[in-house]
Design a protein around this ligand. Structure first.
Ligand code: 5GP
Ligand code: MN
Length: 328
């Protein structure tokens, strides 16, 4: 394994060793890599005898509810009066994406940013950013090993989850030989593969199924069927009684249609439209969403369009599709 960041790893180890209180956070709208890296780090620091808090200000997706220590997540508001020796931000490209937790970040004595977004703004005192890593969980495994700390079954479960979800279950272009070396090491910790796979990929509530069916009814193609768009409006969400995270997976379903290179999912929220994009083989969606102030990776990216500018969902669709056609 080729290891970079030797100096940074030394500093991180020294900061962890001297810290008593540590706060962990990630980006809003949590996913497997976000929760996996936070909860892996939580368990590691707990094993080292630290006082650790893990921030989560949003709803945990059903798929990740099985993760060890998921019940320890706290809202950042509860931590606003505590001054941490160390704040570690994982899987978050910039300070805006950290949401309300930014207040706690600013109070910390020392801040660390461990990430894999190419657009990362190096916003912390110590920045360890590897945009070649398909998941922060892969990078975090390397960092833990290099610091000489040991991995237990809970940590391995969390890291494997992030590795699996951020690679689309080991399918995306971003995977590399190291990904499988890390996966092998994690499997050797005796993790329950079946529990992980069933939770991540083989369960769907009736409400979530209804939401998927509703979204599929809105399917429209553009650009000679290379672009597929689906939408969910607030009425759909209410009628299906779906949870916020029940929209996870819809955009991937659309991407998988033969001939579709770009899938766009638009979900109406109170004052905005959330845009989720996925590409299959050649389109860089991180470039596409930049037009709208969003970000992400080459094959998966997102943005928010505010209703002040886009009064209805059709205008939002038109704006994103027009911008997308230019990218082809
Ligand atoms: P998703 O479509 O699953 O919400 O997000 C896909 C990827 O894009 C994730 O890596 C996520 O962090 C990133 N992403 C989604 N929305 C935004 C956004 O509004 N701004 C930035 N910078 N990244 C985003
Ligand atoms: Mn990630």
């Amino acid at each position: 394994m080729e290891i970079n960041f030797h100096r940074e790893i030394e500093i991180l180890k020294e900061k962890i060793s001297s810290a008593k209180t540590i706060i962990l956070a990630s980006h809003m709208n949590p996913d497997g890599d976000n929760l996996g890296s936070k909860l892996a780090m939580y368990k590691l620091l707990l094993n080292l005898g630290k006082k650790v808090y893990v921030v989560e200000n949003d709803e945990v997706p059903t798929a990740e509810e099985f993760l060890p220590n998921v019940d320890k997540l706290v809202d950042s508001e509860k931590l606003e009066n505590s001054i941490a020796d160390l704040f570690i931000c994982l899987d978050c490209g910039d300070l805006e994406r950290i949401g309300r937790a930014v207040k706690v970040f600013k109070n910390a004595a020392f801040t660390v940013n461990i990430d894999h977004h190419a657009s990362n703004t190096n916003f912390a005192d110590l920045n360890i950013v590897d945009d070649k890593a398909p998941a922060v969980c892969e990078l975090l495994y390397i960092l833990i090993k290099e610091m000489g700390f040991s991995i237990d079954r809970d940590i391995a479960t969390c890291l494997y989850t992030g590795l699996s979800t951020d690679t689309g279950s080991f399918k995306y272009d971003s995977i590399r030989p190291l990904t499988f070396e890390v996966a092998k090491k994690l499997l050797e910790e005796g993790i329950d593969k079946n529990e992980i796979v069933v939770n991540l990929y083989q369960r769907r509530s009736r409400e979530k199924t209804d939401l998927l069916l509703t979204a599929l009814k809105s399917l429209k193609y553009f650009n000679g069927h290379k672009i597929a768009v689906v939408t969910i409006n607030n009425d759909d969400t209410k009628k299906t009684k779906a949870r916020k995270s029940d929209a996870d997976g819809i955009v991937e379903f659309i991407r998988d249609i033969d001939g579709v290179e770009l899938a766009i999912f638009i979900k109406e929220k109170e004052d905005s439209y959330r845009i989720s994009t996925r590409s299959k083989s050649y389109l860089d969606v991180s470039k596409l969403v930049k037009t709208f102030g969003g970000g992400g990776h080459i094959r998966a990216a997102g943005a928010t369009l505010y209703k002040d500018y886009y009064e209805n969902i059709d205008l939002a669709i038109k704006a994103v599709v027009d911008a997308a056609i230019k990218e082809f």
